[in-house]
Ligand binder design. Sequence first.
Ligand SMILES: CC(C)(COP(=O)(O)OP(=O)(O)OC[C@H]1O[C@@H](n2cnc3c(N)ncnc32)[C@H](O)[C@@H]1OP(=O)(O)O)[C@@H](O)C(=O)NCCC(=O)NCCS
Length: 244
Amino acid sequence: MPDSPKNHKASITIWYCHLAQPFDQARLALWASWLDPQETARMNRFHRQAHRVRFLVSHAMTREVIARQCGATPSCIEFRALAQGKPYISSPTALQKYFFNLTHSHDMAAIAISDSSPLGLDLEWLGRKGPDVSLAGRYFTQREYKDILKQPAHLQHQRLLRYWTLKEAYIKAEGWGLSAGLDSFEFILSDTKPPRLHICKPQATPRHAWQFQQFKLKDSHLVAIAGVAQQGETLQTDCTAWSP
Ligand SMILES: CC(C)(COP(=O)(O)OP(=O)(O)OC[C@H]1O[C@@H](n2cnc3c(N)ncnc32)[C@H](O)[C@@H]1OP(=O)(O)O)[C@@H](O)C(=O)NCCC(=O)NCCS
């Protein structure tokens, strides 16, 4: 599996940030001033200060990245959500053509942004203990489960996380949320080609011609992205550390 992509003709830009680093108080206060009342209420629902900071930094990164790429002010961006919770930019109107998706896992957050088509992004920390491989037997397709079991024991968990992140990226790209059955579609993994989606049940039929990419970020996290390439082209992504 490749490391983080660097492609300057990217149609999708991914930014990531370590959430556990020290952030100075003035910066946190500035970022807090960008949040809308709904985001502020969500942040304040976390009991632990560290969790509030993680929420704040990932949402500040979202606003700053969109603002920088689209030429806007971070605090002016307004969001709404689709029925299953997928956020999109509702205002200013000129920014409605931009699509983004946020993900966080352990001490890392990442956002992907495109100026032309929807996308879905998922990140998982490779150091996480669960889920147990038996979960794949219950919820993934038989082909995926058998493929996981075929791997040497020490690689089975990582193989499961490869399927997990791809499934999440697809679900998030479509904006389905938890309603999507995880065995209604499956991925075919290859050492040489990008992951391929196979639809098993009609309810998982895609609304776009999704292409998928998967890579390791900093050796500690696994990233999967679902995006739409230009006609006849391959999905191009670029992944960069966010430095506010
Ligand atoms: C949001 C959801 C789609 C992903 O959750 P998750 O993996 O825990 O969270 P991630 O960190 O990757 O993404 C969260 C972000 O996605 C965005 N989001 C929320 N709902 C979304 C949806 N329906 N579709 C796409 N993006 C969504 C939000 O920006 C959210 O960030 P926020 O909570 O800070 O505002 C979740 O509702 C879900 O359905 N998870 C499936 C869980 C599961 O059973 N997975 C099995 C493994 S395949």
